[in-house]
Design a binder for this molecule. Sequence first.
Ligand code: PHE
Length: 452
Amino acid sequence: MSQRETWATRTGFILAAVGSAVGLGNIWRFPFQTSANGGAAFLVVYLAAVLLIGIPVILAEFSIGRRANVDAIKAFRTLDHSGWRFVGAIGILASFWTLSYYSVVGGWVTRYVAGSVTGNALAAPEGYFGAVSAGLPAIVTHAIFLAVTIGIVAFGIERGIELATKFMVPSIVVLLIALAVFAATLPGASEGYAFFLSPDFSVIVEDAATILPAAFGQALFSLSLGFSVMITYASYLGRDDSLLADGLAIAITNTFVGVLAGLVVLPLLFAQGVPPGEGGAGAVFVAIPTALAELPGGGLVGRAIGVVFFAVVFIAALSSAISLLEAVVAYAVDTFGISRAPAAIGLGIAGFLLGIPSALDTAWLDWFDGIGVTLFLPLAVLSVVVFVGWIMGDEAIDELRRGSDLTGVGPAWLWTLRTFVLLVVVLIVALNFNDLFLTPDAGYYIVPGPLR
Ligand code: PHE
């Protein structure tokens, strides 16, 4: 077999990982999760979650991946713990599962770029969303979005993913900054900032049982953790750079982009008197165009901003979808020796088929999202934490130290994983399970909405 691929540069790896992290989660899910969960209070808990849970767990996934240098399931055999292969398997399953509906939303976004150019998306937002998010149009755009994803993954790590994300990530940041500057000029933007940036701590205490799991789930999803994606990306690291520095850079950039997106979306909604929606798959696709349509300038300004905004969302979604497909493709390539291009095409088509229910009915999409984020993700993160903390142990510290000589950090990190992180993740799993299996009205995602 030919030699396994690696990232050409360290920056390439960081940008690819940032590309994975920055996605619909930051730009679409985050501002709306924030609105639905008490505004700035949610932001505070989210930031704490990134710092206390996200960073330790991203380092855990990195240490598995770089140590094993192979796909996320075989990795556990390479590390001499074959019995733990299920950890990688849950993550890969979660990736495949998520790809299916993520690409449906990616398809809508693709359509909205075009709809902003023509102005149709802004003319009658509700009707437009209804038309593009169901039935054949949604299936077609889902197929187009996945085809682009497949195309990039098929080209491989260096010539596909690294090359593409090198352009994509800087574009996202630059364009979002420009949009945030524009949003700052809107009348009443300060109302949006106030909602987003001045926390009411009593809300955190009152609604802890919903805010905590929502914010921690969002932090993990947003950093692409629990999906075997960061294990896979780190497995292409050929050399010994500091995992800690890379992990921090990725977490900081990802958070920065999330906050930036909030600074674009919330002022826009507030300034135009559109109340922040209740979340749900479609909210942003109706609320944003409604707000855009009300901008001055006879609709032209709204269309121009719409094109830029949805282009940013498109790029962000694409660089995340790439990583979701890559986690699965790496498995086919490394474990079964299938060539990359056919693996990407075959698995991409399978993901397309799994996404069809979500394309036909957004209630299915909500269900896929709910199961992915509240069932697969916490279980995978829990098993990663137990594995690295208690099974890999000193070997993980050794891996973290390769490329950086931070003596005290390794043990501190490991003990954080073993105790605090483990405890919090167990709590999240418990709260989610309660929602999933025991609370018919609140969550109860285990029965798909359309079948209830
Ligand atoms: N982090 C991505 C986002 O915020 C979603 C994602 C999750 C991508 C898991 C890959 C793996 O949109």
